[in-house]
Write a protein that binds this ligand. Sequence first.
Ligand SMILES: Nc1nc2c(ncn2[C@@H]2O[C@H](COP(=O)(O)OP(=O)(O)OP(=O)(O)O)[C@@H](O)[C@H]2O)c(=O)[nH]1
Ligand SMILES: [Mg+2]
Length: 689
Amino acid sequence: METSLIRNVAFISHGGAGKTSLIEAILYNAGGTERIGSVEAGTSVMDFDPVEIERKFSTNAKVASVTWNKTLLNIVDTPGYANFLHETKCALAAVDGAVVIASAITGVKAETKRVWSFADEYDLSKLIFINKMDKEYADFYNALGDIEKAFGINPLPIFLPIGSEESFRGIIDLVRMKALIYPSEPTAMYTIEEIPGELLPEAEKYRNKLLEAVSETDDALIEKYLETGELTEEEVRKGLREGVVTKRFVPVICGSAIKNIGSKLLLEAIIDYLPSPMQRGAAYAVDKKSGEPVDVTASDKEFSAFVFKTFIDPFAGKLSLFRVYSGSVKNDSEVLNVNKDEKEKISQLFMLQGKNFVKTDELTAGQIGMVTKLKHTETFDTLSSYFDPVEFPPVELPDPVIAFSIVPKSKDDEEKVSSGLHRLIEEDKGITVKRDEQTGELLLSGMGQMHIEVVVDKLQKKFNVQVELKTPKVPYMETIRSTANGQGKYKKQSGGKGQYGDVWLELSPLPRGEGFEFEDKIVGGVVPRNFIPAVEKGIREASADGVLAGYPMVDFKATLYDGSYHSVDSSEMAFKIAASMAYKKIAMDAKPVILEPIMTIDVYCPEQFVGSVIGDLNSRRGRINNVEPQTNGQHIGALVPMAEILKYAPDLRSMTGGHGMFTMEFSHYEELPTPLAEKLIAEKKQNEA
Ligand SMILES: Nc1nc2c(ncn2[C@@H]2O[C@H](COP(=O)(O)OP(=O)(O)OP(=O)(O)O)[C@@H](O)[C@H]2O)c(=O)[nH]1
Ligand SMILES: [Mg+2]
């Protein structure tokens, strides 16, 4: 496959804007499917996971490859709901451009801003598609204004809608200055007509804007435009391509996925304007042998590829989706997993159309494909030829924000739960599973409540195990508020080998988030050098269970400033115990307090619910930071203690009749108010008794 004839593009936006539906329409238009798959009816080839079919939204990144006009288009569908955006970020690591979908009704939502910033992190060229022009309350120009405000750009329409809502029937092509009129059936077969007279002034206004923008991409074009006030179709297309590839501007297309209006124009715009892997430029990697950074380009001979997604199929096993950055890979070959330094056998390669796999013999530079049954490979690993291996950096993901304890419904299922979860971890880089050492609970952490619920649902649907979720535990911590010092002495010198350790410590507070620091201020060897690491270890271990309620103590400094030893009886163990005794005593004198995690929450809801949402946040000890109007209601930004907001999703849903949504992220730790701290300590004591 010639690399200049490949386009790799991710569709990104807030949840429900129509990414999956648009891809279904494109697949159909390009002859990839016989019918337009529907998310609503559960017939989408992209949203094929049983969980997605039931919930009617995407939870995984997925790939559809189609060929159009000799160009191979690899489209990556991504989730849009806040709890699944880590998956979207992984997908963006595999593409060269992004199509940002906005809604003609709700415009740009918070998640669209987030995924836009992800695309910027990868320095991707973009196109914008304003979808749902057929739906009630659709307003193209409102959405355009929203885009301008939200992204701080000057969006450049290359198509304008003809009619809207029920009367949406066509599109003005500003490059050809023609009207494209669609039949009422969703066929994408338009007729080309003259622009209706009443729309001509608007069309001319945007045509001039377009000509001005594209002429600025080239000196020759600007000269011609200034002289004649016109450019040929060829020149406009060339300028558009130049402007998109160099990220000078973002063209805007409009349409309706459901009515199949505009989706073919989008397909052509992707091919015409977004960069090929060649034009995208070099990818950054590290040379495995020298450890030096290297640029990998599609013209490099040696094979290198990045695994950006893994699926675990209960029957087919592990499916690894990867993007080839250089060279090529064939069936029945061997490659190196650079991260694991292990050999991997490539037996059968595939190209993807959502749930359908198509066998292929070879994948070359720039292509996106899949291989099954790799033994050692995980998401974010690099596959490479043995000669001059390179390693691509992993995608940086946010940390999980919420944890639930999971309990198998049947005791016999414990084994199945843990193996099922470990397979899901391979699929989803946003979850972690760990056993809490203190309580023995199995904790599942993820990006939000909905994310965790989806994981549990997958566990049931894919691996047939039923579990219950229990209220997450709040990860409280402890710290000290003042400086104190004192002695810890461990002495056992009666009969046999004795023990002797003696330390004087000072504990002092550190700023929030600084963790633990140890300083050795011993002079004259009163505590011998070789025992000092044991002193530090003793404090570290003891402070893992804080003195108030057993939560880890953080943000403090321990200074070892005095002590004594015995030439025969002193040992590392004795000093470790002495340090731990000193810590426990001194920490109690240093005004210990409990810290609680505080979350940043962004709530979006229609105007009429603002009062009750704010009232409710206040009752959860929340602090409102800002209330701002959005296109479609209000945005409320607040800080709320995690303990008060563990089960917010169902409450917000009922408060706003399903119209509210929120994103939440860990912000920082703060002191827990005294009455609550006392309650927590009392509970802890009672549990221990
Ligand atoms: N009227 C109308 N409805 C649409 C259009 N596009 C999508 N929808 C509907 O909007 C809903 C969401 O569409 P999806 O394609 O699942 O949206 P998405 O962006 O993939 O959503 P996530 O996967 O959750 O991020 C579905 O019920 C679609 O039928 C459109 O152009 N017009
Ligand atoms: Mg979707």
